[in-house]
Design a protein around this ligand. Structure first.
Ligand code: SF4
Length: 452
């Protein structure tokens, strides 16, 4: 008989309290109980459990050090809220609900929803259009509340803000954290609007994690974002660290900064500042003003492929690469398969990088948007490539996006300068062609044929 939600919550809370009392001693003990309960049969995640057990028995392991830092250096109430929202609500309880909807409606149901509360930003970074667009485009508080309410109905408890600069709307963000205390919120932020009062609010609501967009040290940051920004971001990190609040980093790698933002020096610096994760994004040549020369070369991307694995194996921080880690999530996760994106106009895009849509949240429900033509094309087409180092219908398989957009009649949702799919994909053609051989070699090396 399946375990009910109330029982799952009770078991979870007991386990959390037990580990929290003495993480070093009790975490390995808890794993032994899990092993006994899980048994050795199929679908008991024996390999994953063995990996976790190995980490928990080795104090020299970098992931052990990260886990202990998180357990001991995070405000206990904040930690509990994150565990409840992230592990329990978004996964253990939310996942079966999502599965129910997937089966019932034969469409993708996301695990997370990305949304832009505003297109506005307080900075004027080189290459970013947000500042030029002023404060004109916003999802209202009611719009966001409705998206979250509809999402929760389907089992979605993860909400990630992009923009624009989300903290331009910090008062509304806090209201939403309070109203939806069973959800986990995360925001990609430039960090410059995080002050004492907002940090106090974050400590009070407990369910909001900032991910600072930081691509390098003072010279690189101030050169792109403006004089003094690097120091302001460091100050914001310190405000969070002082309150024992968790945060991470998001960094876009390009042909120009790839080595510096994956260097030991940079990783050690953000670990020292207190970051618990870093989320790398491959530069995408999206928009009429994009600069394709910033696309990494095949050699650079291969370097990043190895480097991200090295960081994960050696540094006390959890590092992910949105483009080189497709193998862990079955390729492309967009189109609602694991996430979708809603812009400040309410257009429902399949991905934060794919600005084509047939649905707007002001006209249709979230579920109807998930059943709209471009989302169904994602649902029916995924994975777009069996090689998950070539996951994207745009970057590595541009003919796929051409076909999807043409066949579904999806329109550009770029509010400033709509870009044709042909213009976008033409920038990706040479990249896709050049990357193919390296991707095939790396994939064959890491996934040798079983019968060889
Ligand atoms: S559409 Fe491309 S960038 Fe977006 S999730 Fe899929 S593979 Fe990644």
């Amino acid at each position: 008989m399946p375990i009910g939600t109330t029982v799952k919550k009770a078991i979870f809370n007991t386990a959390f309290n037990y580990i929290g009392k003495n993480p070093e001693e009790n975490a390995p003990k808890l794993m032994s109980w899990v092993d006994k309960l899980a048994g050795d049969g199929p679908n008991t995640y024996a390999e994953q459990r063995a990996a976790v057990r190995k980490v928990l028995q080795d104090p020299d392991n970098n992931m052990y050090q990260l886990i202990m830092k998180v357990m001991k250096e995070t405000d206990p109430e904040v930690l509990k809220a994150i565990f409840q929202n992230f592990f329990l609500n978004a996964n253990i309880v939310g996942w079966p609900r999502q599965e129910e909807y997937r089966k019932k409606y034969n469409c993708n149901i996301p695990w997370a929803i990305l949304l832009d509360p505003t297109s506005a930003c307080n900075l004027k970074c080189t290459g970013c259009w947000a500042a030029e667009y002023g404060h004109k485009l916003n999802l209202s508080l009611e719009d966001i509340d409705s998206i979250i309410t509809q999402g929760k109905e389907m089992g979605v408890h993860m909400y990630i803000y992009t923009g624009g600069e989300p903290t331009v709307r910090k008062k509304d963000l806090i209201t939403l954290c309070e109203k939806h205390s069973d959800c986990q919120f995360l925001a990609f932020t430039n960090g410059t609007l995080i002050d004492d009062a907002f940090a106090d609010d974050l400590l009070r609501v407990k369910n909001f994690i900032p991910a600072f967009s930081l691509e390098g040290f003072k010279e690189a940051t101030d050169g792109r974002r403006g004089e003094g920004v690097f120091e302001r971001v460091k100050h914001a990190m310190q405000l969070l660290k002082d309150r024992r609040l968790p945060f991470g980093i998001s960094a876009c790698y390009t042909s120009q900064n790839l080595d510096s933002i994956s260097s030991d020096e940079y990783i050690d610096f953000i670990c020292e500042m207190g970051a618990r994760f870093i989320w790398y994004f491959h530069y995408m040549p999206v928009g009429n003003d994009a600069a394709p020369e910033l696309l990494p070369t095949p050699e650079q991307r291969e370097r990043m492929y190895h480097r991200i694995r090295e960081i994960r194996a050696t540094k006390p921080i959890f590092a992910m690469d949105f483009q080189n880690d497709g193998e862990y999530v079955g390729g492309c996760i967009a189109g609602g398969r694991r996430y979708l994106h809603i812009n400040a106009l309410g257009d429902v895009d399949p991905c934060v990088f794919i600005h084509y849509s047939n649905a707007n949240i002001h006209d249709v429900t979230l579920l109807e948007a998930l059943q709209s033509p471009i989302f169904m094309a994602y649902h029916d087409g995924q994975p777009f490539n069996e090689n998950h180092l070539r996951p994207c219908p745009m970057l590595e398989n541009p003919d796929v996006l051409r076909k999807v957009v043409e066949e579904t009649g999806a329109h550009s949702t770029d509010p400033q300068s709509p870009e044709s799919v042909e213009h976008l994909c033409a920038k990706c053609d040479p990249y896709a062609e050049n990357w193919r051989a390296t991707a095939e070699r790396l994939w064959a090396e890491s996934h040798p044929a079983k019968d060889n």
